[in-house]
Design a protein around this ligand. Structure first.
Ligand SMILES: [Zn+2]
Length: 279
């Protein structure tokens, strides 16, 4: 019994095996994220050139849709020691999706100057919030859920859309078809960083989860939260609709790591250990 208590004490006082200085878990692929547990002897973590924020001994790395495959992670220890490790992520194949019979004004470039200005301003607001221009928040996320439990996936991440025969930018999120009014829930804990009613998005909610991770819920019929409000995982933030550029009621669920586009489906499976850095 005494021995057992001793073992328990040891494991509580050392949350890591003593020689593991970084444990990266998640999806090492384009559109994936890796979440890292950082040992307390580590002072700074660099991913390529980027000095990563460490919050609650955690870091996050996110790979864009077309992210280059070669990466390097560097640990700088409090005693000045440095460990560098190269790693590779895997390449994805994306599907091509053709959608016809979309209202002309949503597909062709608008000519109305006021509308062009509106679209440009709306895009800038979104990017400004995502790039953490105001503040890079501490970690708020723990785990992730699908914002709608039921509902068929009607559009996957990364697919190249050809709308009415015109090639568009790749699909940046996951579309889930559901009846109008279906509750939409926050994928994780966070703070409401932006809400609005934009030309393309319609009504939307953008949630900052900390460390550069954000999620967006678009084409909503209604919004149930306010700007700056704290939300908990699973809390209702709005309801499914078809506002903005939508062919029918569905949720477009997007996830970003700063400006990089992340595949929401991959986020739901973060458990696999990818890389462990030891001395
Ligand atoms: Zn979509």
């Amino acid at each position: 019994m005494k021995f057992l208590i001793f073992i328990l004490l040891i494991s509580f006082s050392f949350p890591f095996f003593s020689e593991e200085f970084l444990i990266l878990s998640g999806n090492a692929t384009q559109g994936g994220i890796l979440i890292g547990n950082v040992h307390q002897d580590v002072e700074q973590v660099f991913w390529n050139e980027k000095n990563l924020a460490i919050s609650d001994q955690k870091i996050i790395i996110g790979f864009d849709r077309d992210e280059p495959l070669e990466h390097q992670i560097s640990l700088i220890f409090k005693n000045g020691e440095i460990i560098k490790k190269d790693f590779l992520i895997s390449k994805r194949e994306y599907e091509i999706q053709r959608i016809d019979k979309i209202k002309k004004e949503y597909v062709e470039k608008p000519v109305d100057k006021n509308l062009l200005r509106r679209i440009s301003n709306e895009s800038k607001s979104l990017q400004a919030v995502r790039s953490g221009i105001y503040k890079e928040n501490d970690i708020m996320f723990e785990e992730f859920i699908r914002p709608i439990e039921e509902g068929k996936i009607s559009g996957v991440f990364g697919s190249q859309r050809i709308l009415n025969g015109i090639p568009k930018s790749p699909h940046s999120g996951l579309d889930i078809a559901a009846p109008k009014g279906t509750p939409v829930k926050a994928m994780s804990n966070g703070i409401v960083a932006l809400i609005g009613d934009y030309f393309y998005n319609g009504k939307f909610v953008l949630i900052d989860h900390g460390l550069g991770l954000s999620s967006i819920y678009i084409h909503l019929d209604s919004i149930a939260v306010e700007l700056g409000q704290n939300v908990e995982i699973g809390e209702q933030i709005g309801s499914v609709g078809s506002t903005g550029r939508a062919t029918g009621p569905h949720l477009h669920w997007g996830v970003n790591y700063f400006k990089k586009r992340i595949d929401p489906e991959l986020l739901l499976d973060q458990d696999e250990k990818f890389l462990i850095i030891k001395k």
